[in-house]
Design a protein around this ligand. Structure first.
Ligand SMILES: [Zn+2]
Length: 392
């Protein structure tokens, strides 16, 4: 593997805070090198080294502080900074950078946050989001999209939170060191510091949320219809590339069915505003984007109307509806489907595609790359009107 640059001298605005553990009472920590510990808000306080290399240490809470390997720190924030190779192991997984432990306000649990420079963060994302044996141009396009996406999320939401991104599909999947490979590091290094900008509502060019999803199914979707934000570069494009790359049973997904009672319960639990409807008794496609395939017409649901036992109805974005009914997103794989009433079940039929469909189609990017299309051309295709700049 190409030796990754530690990049621990990265400027503070290009460090990402990844939430690794949320609301836990203990965890296991190990390092392969000595490490420094600092407390409070100053991550560059003179570190003191302690702890045994390669020995698992318990991390837990103790009367208003944090205990690591039997040693107590009377602070609600502790930062562990391993020296070279700058890797720590949390609950069996290796991550680069530093580990920040923060107690929650009730002092009963804590969060574990990985402070990691952008480029090693991306190495842990790209290999998790795309097979590393895919074409180099697809991996490079994926890297630039992922870099842009996390910088946007950090800028938009990071100021109000103790972390910037989650390590799951809620943002983008981050697996740390185990997702890395020579191919992934190559894509990261060859696109070093590159981001995409496009014109926003105010008319000025800036980074934007470069959403991407697995298989668009033939057309990508306007972001407005799925996430409610409008960027020039996030409008629908016809994609003929994913169909040739995706396995047929992935491109066209099999019928999924869910118990009506479960569907009603899950929706009401996730969206308390729906409780005024009573039990959900009917579901109707309220809005959709219509597409023309090679021989057939099909639609992506963008808004559903839910009718309740109280005689009232309310609306939900189709993507929110889908992920409430099937939080894994692996049965109802996309909103390109039809909803049918099957007695005590709701059936989801004629499904195609995988994911929300906004922005770059990852499988389509691989299809384009196979045809010799470059990473920049792939990004210009899926994010129309955007351009690449280098920010460091
Ligand atoms: Zn596609």
């Amino acid at each position: 593997m190409a030796r990754p640059t530690p990049q621990m001298d990265t400027e503070p605005q290009f460090w990402i805070r990844v939430l690794l553990l949320d609301d836990v009472t203990d965890c296991k920590l190990k390092t392969r090198s000595p490490f420094g510990v600092s407390t409070g808000d100053n991550p560059i306080a003179t570190p003191e080294h302690f702890g045994q290399v390669n020995a698992a240490m318990n991390v837990s809470l103790s009367g208003g502080g944090i205990t690591i390997g039997g040693r107590e720190f009377a602070s609600n924030e502790v930062i562990i900074s391993p020296v070279e190779p700058y890797i720590f192991n949390l609950n069996g997984n290796d991550y680069r950078g530093k580990l920040k432990l923060i107690t929650n306000p009730d002092d009963k649990s804590f969060d574990a946050v990985n402070l990691v420079p952008l480029e090693p963060y991306l190495a842990g994302v790209v290999g998790a989001e795309m097979p590393n044996y895919w074409e180099p141009a697809a991996l490079k396009a994926q890297t630039i999209a992922a870099r842009n996406y996390c910088l946007y999320i950090k800028k938009r939401f990071g100021g109000n939170r103790r972390w910037d991104v989650r390590r799951t599909q809620a943002n983008q999947v981050y697996l740390g060191v185990k997702a890395e490979s020579a191919q992934v590091w190559d894509a990261v290094n060859k696109t070093y510091g590159q981001v995409l900008i496009c014109k926003g509502a105010s008319g000025t060019e800036d980074i934007f949320p470069t959403y991407y999803s697995s298989i668009c199914g033939g057309y990508t979707e306007n972001s407005q219809n799925v996430f409610g934000d409008s960027f020039e570069a996030l409008t629908s494009v016809a994609c003929s590339y994913c169909k040739d790359v995706a396995k047929p049973h992935f491109f066209f997904w099999p019928m999924a069915q869910f118990d009506k009672t479960n569907v009603s319960d899950r929706l009401l639990q996730r969206y308390p505003k729906l409780k005024q409807l009573g039990k959900i008794t009917n579901i109707r496609a309220a809005r959709q984007s219509n597409y023309q395939g090679d021989y057939e017409k099909y639609s992506r649901l963008t808004m559903v109307e839910l009718f309740g036992s109280n005689g009232k109805s309310d609306f939900l974005r189709a993507e929110d509806f889908r992920l409430s009914v099937d939080p894994t997103g692996r049965k109802i794989k996309s909103a390109i489907c039809q909803i049918a009433d099957w007695g005590d079940k709701w059936a989801f039929l004629s499904g195609r595609g995988f994911g929300h469909g906004v922005g770059m189609c990852q499988t389509g990017a691989q299809g384009m790359a196979r045809q010799g299309i470059t990473a920049n051309e792939i990004l210009e295709f899926y994010y129309r009107g955007s351009r690449i700049i280098r920010i460091y």
